[in-house]
Design a protein around this ligand. Structure first.
Ligand SMILES: N=CN[C@@H](CCC(=O)O)C(=O)O
Ligand SMILES: [Mn+2]
Ligand SMILES: [Mn+2]
Length: 321
């Protein structure tokens, strides 16, 4: 299959217990075209091995290699999932020729398939252009169901990623593209950004956010001492939509936690506030799919960012089921 790599079982290694104590012992490698409807609850991990969008956005490339590194870190973590929960690795969507748009389309189709097969998808990027394909997969799936359901996008990020795509699409344009298409289709654009840095978004981006009615919390208030108020904003946002798509850009975390990204944030947020917000989002029962973007192993230190991404996946898996 073009733009697709089968799961590689060699990356799933670690301490051997023979009692499913570790996630590498729990995970099943299942190619995308063999994913079937589960009798139990099922989580599928899929890579988005593409940093073409980062390259086009003049960022530091390297994220293409991240999905397998995050999976490999996760495999060494303990497994506390119930035996009734299935965990699958479905490989990765790839981009060898610079055609990011076709890779996004391939991701969209993969998301549609995963949702149709009643999986909870966790997508590991790759650049944040992943969000454009991911959103479309969710939208196409919901549109195929008879009831019209609305999607709320919650983005943990230092950046709005609302750059206008007049000179092409890249890792900084996905939510602008979604907003423009939503307007044309007369579909609401529900976008909540958590952790926006004033020193990392220019005036045009703030103006665009205002015009598109984007709700956002700045990084200086996206902190544990404001948790009650933050939860009030999240609850109000979720109440207004049918399904929630969460996207976590690792460059929103302080570079003390996430040095391995294209655009680091020394003044970024903490893992604690993100876990609290994820708990709130998951408890709504509306979370349909999730991704983690922008991990760049080339700039990681002692695998800290890979482990942070793996810890987020670990927390999410153990909180949804
Ligand atoms: N994915 C988004 N990237 C940021 C990059 C910022 C930077 O290079 O400092 C953006 O376009 O805003
Ligand atoms: Mn970002
Ligand atoms: Mn981003």
């Amino acid at each position: 299959m073009r733009r697709y790599r089968n799961p590689n079982k060699d990356i799933w290694q670690g301490r051997v217990s023979n009692k499913f104590l570790y996630l590498h012992e729990k995970v099943r490698c299942v190619p995308l075209n063999e994913i079937s409807e589960p009798s139990k609850k099922s989580i599928t991990l899929l890579g988005y091995a593409c940093d073409e969008g980062v390259k086009r956005n003049e960022g530091r490339i390297g994220a293409v290699k991240s999905p397998e590194i995050v999976k490999s870190s996760l495999g060494k973590f303990p497994n506390h999932l119930a035996s009734t929960v299935v965990l699958q690795d479905a490989g990765a969507i790839t981009c060898e020729d610079g055609n990011m748009e076709e890779t996004q389309a391939k991701l969209s189709t993969a998301i549609y398939t995963l949702l149709e097969k009643k999986q909870f998808p966790i997508i590991l990027g790759g650049g944040h252009d992943m969000a454009y394909g991911h959103y479309h997969g969710i939208k196409n799936f919901l549109d195929s169901e008879k009831s019209k359901q609305t999607i709320g996008i919650i983005n943990f990020d230092a950046h709005f990623d609302l750059r206008q795509n007049t000179n092409g699409n890249n890792s900084g344009t996905p939510f602008y593209q979604i907003a423009s298409e939503s307007k044309k289709q007369d579909v609401p654009f529900n976008y909540l950004c958590l952790g926006i840095r004033k020193d990392a978004n220019d005036r045009i981006l703030f103006q665009t956010a205002k015009e598109l009615n984007v709700t956002y919390i700045l990084s200086d208030t996206f902190q544990m001492q404001f948790l009650d108020e933050i939860n009030t904003w999240i609850d109000a946002f979720i109440k207004n939509v049918d399904k929630v798509y969460v996207t976590i850009d690792l460059d929103g975390f302080s570079s003390a936690y996430a040095p391995g990204v294209s655009a680091p944030s020394p003044m970024g947020f903490t893992p604690q506030i993100v876990l609290e917000c994820l708990k709130t989002i998951i408890s709504s029962g509306k979370l349909i799919s999730l991704d983690i973007a922008e991990m760049n192993p080339k700039f990681d230190i002692d695998d800290q960012t890979a482990k942070l991404a793996a810890s987020l996946v670990h927390y999410i898996m153990h909180t949804i089921y």
